[in-house]
Design a binder for this molecule. Structure first.
Ligand code: ADP
Ligand code: MG
Length: 245
């Protein structure tokens, strides 16, 4: 990992009048995510947070409108061609591959790895606290360790846009804080654009610069985390965090 050397290289992500539907369920997003910042995406269950990330990642395709990453229209590009990487809430890993191989996939889908790749992978494993567990299978890890492997994989993938869909929701508070601090530290070094879906207001506050609040399949409000958490956010957001998310 060429930490530090790359500078702030995140690119803006824009959903330009995007509409999407699952049958009767209609969603519509028109929003820009600032380059090289961490934006927390919050909102009630079913408000469209995962769908928004899936549209950026290319796992879903807009019915109309455009997805722009770094100004380039990627609306029709397959996931592998987009400059993004993603960590899901669970089921991130290949069950038959060991830790080192699961992380290596972030660098090479065929696991043809150079010495430099192997050094980066070892660095990512050390950084996520997985040194010594390289040969374990996912089933031989705790839930928290599995999420660390998923995070190590996106670190070696090293894309300008990082999508996190409640990646640490199943972890206890102390471990969650450790992982958030690690995301914040990597962000400080690499300056990627991070879209961070979370249910936890304290997590959003801990690492988010901006907040985008979704309700009912659309963007209900957006602004800086400072404003949102100082009470300048919309009434619906205050009710949402007041209700303990
Ligand atoms: P969130 O991540 O905020 O909980 P989602 O993006 O998963 O919300 O879902 C947004 C809406 O789309 C919800 O009404 C949900 O029920 C619906 N939805 C999500 N995935 C599917 C699917 N695969 N098929 C049908 N409806 C879906
Ligand atoms: Mg979701």
């Amino acid at each position: 990992m060429s930490d530090g050397a790359m500078g702030r290289r995140g690119v803006p992500v824009r959903l330009d009048k995007v509409s999407f539907s699952y049958g009767e369920v209609q969603l519509a997003f028109d929003v820009q995510f600032a380059a090289a910042e961490i934006t927390a995406i919050m909102g009630p269950s079913g408000s469209g947070k995962s769908t928004l990330l899936n549209l950026v990642a290319g796992f879903e395709t807009p019915g109309s409108g455009h997805v722009l990453i770094g100004g380039a229209d990627v609306s029709a590009a397959p996931p592998a061609a987009r400059p993004v990487s993603m960590v899901f809430q669970e089921n991130n890993l290949f069950a038959h591959l060991c830790v080192e191989q699961n992380v290596g996939l972030g660098r090479s889908p065929s696991l043809r790895l150079t010495e430099a790749d192997r050094a980066d992978i070892a660095g990512a494993l050390a950084r996520t606290g997985l040194a010594g567990k390289e040969k374990r299978l996912p089933r031989e890890l705790s839930g928290g360790e599995r999420q660390r492997v998923a995070l190590a994989r996106v670190l070696v993938r090293d894309r300008p846009v990082l999508l996190l869909d409640e990646p640490f929701a199943s972890l206890g508070p102390a471990l969650r804080d450790d992982m958030l601090d690690l995301v914040a530290a990597v962000h400080a070094e690499r300056g990627m654009t991070v879209l961070f879906v979370t249910h936890q207001p304290e997590d959003a506050r801990r690492i988010g610069r901006n907040v985008v609040f979704l309700d009912n399949g659309t963007v209900a409000a957006s602004g800086t985390a400072d404003d949102f958490f100082a009470g300048a956010g919309p009434e619906a957001f205050r009710r949402y965090i007041g209700a303990g998310a």
